[in-house]
Design a protein around this ligand. Structure first.
Ligand code: NAD
Length: 247
């Protein structure tokens, strides 16, 4: 029996990077997959790349929209009959020092990460409670939310906020058997990171005890662990996936 046999997982921002790797890992563990992503073109490419046939659908969804997120989780139940795992992963960065950061860059980053994860947690928990499902919700935070990064006051605040959200939601939902946990990746080789300047990347590399960046699949394995019964007595936890950086 695979870890997620007969389960259904929704992954926001699942059309790229860590989300796509998570979709692959959860599917390999037996789960049906619903990918929610804002980018229609990327969504089509991801579905093609995953090549999972009827056990995977894509839903265009902006995680900052309450109605989109509700539609996303409902799509999981109507297509596959349940919602067992929700991975709140969608996001982007708008880095700048506070002096240069525009107010809209603060709002948009808080919106996609913090409000997006709140909407996703709320919608998934509603469905899980209605259906009586002992589900698992995994929020993708960042090590920036633990230590704070210069040039990322918006992102660090949002990612730290997601930890408060995770712990508060875990306390509200534990009685229903719904677990809520978070991961804090360090630097993982995705498009988000490849857009950074080479000098910034080499300075960061020097801080990593394992002397390399992470791979999306390495984050996906930890998300799979939290999504599955392997972590059945864990809720409100935060797992760092950083190669030892910022321990
Ligand atoms: P990515 O850019 O490769 O993928 C992010 C996906 O989110 C894209 O497919 C994008 O279309 C989607 N997206 C963006 N805004 C959206 C919205 N409003 N609604 C729905 N989808 C939206 O990025 P990634 O590196 O895979 O990052 C995934 C998550 O992991 C993010 O939350 C990021 O903050 C977090 N993270 C990444 C790293 C890293 O080093 N890559 C480190 C720590 C945390």
């Amino acid at each position: 029996m695979r870890l997620l046999e007969n389960k259904t997982s929704v992954i926001t921002g699942g059309a790229g990077g860590i989300g796509l790797a998570s979709a692959r890992a959860l599917a390999q563990a037996g789960s049906s997959i619903v990918i929610g992503d804002k980018d229609h073109g990327r969504l089509d490419l991801a579905l093609e790349e995953l090549d999972l046939g009827d056990s995977c659908i894509g839903v265009q969804c902006d995680v900052t929209s309450s109605s989109d997120v509700t539609h996303l989780v409902n799509a999981a139940v109507s297509k596959f009959g349940s919602l067992d795992v929700m991975v709140n992963n969608a996001g982007f960065t708008r880095d700048a020092t506070m002096r240069k950061m525009r107010e809209e860059d603060f709002d948009s980053v808080l919106g996609v990460h913090l409000k997006g994860a709140w909407l996703g947690t709320r919608a998934a928990a509603d469905v899980m409670r209605t259906e009586g499902t002992a589900g698992s919700i995994v929020n993708v935070s960042s090590i920036s939310g633990k230590v704070g990064m210069a040039g990322q006051t918006n992102y660090s605040a949002a990612k730290a906020g997601m930890i408060g959200l995770t712990k508060a939601a875990a306390k509200e939902l534990g009685f229903a058997g719904i677990r809520v946990n978070a991961v804090q990746p360090g630097i993982v080789r995705t498009e988000l990171v490849e857009s950074l300047k080479p000098e910034v990347l080499s300075a960061k590399l020097a801080e990593i005890p394992m002397k390399r960046f992470g791979e999306p699949a390495e984050v996906a394995q930890v998300i799979l662990f939290l999504a599955s019964g392997m972590s059945s007595y864990m809720t409100g936890s935060v797992l760092e996936i950083t190669g030892g950086r910022h321990i």
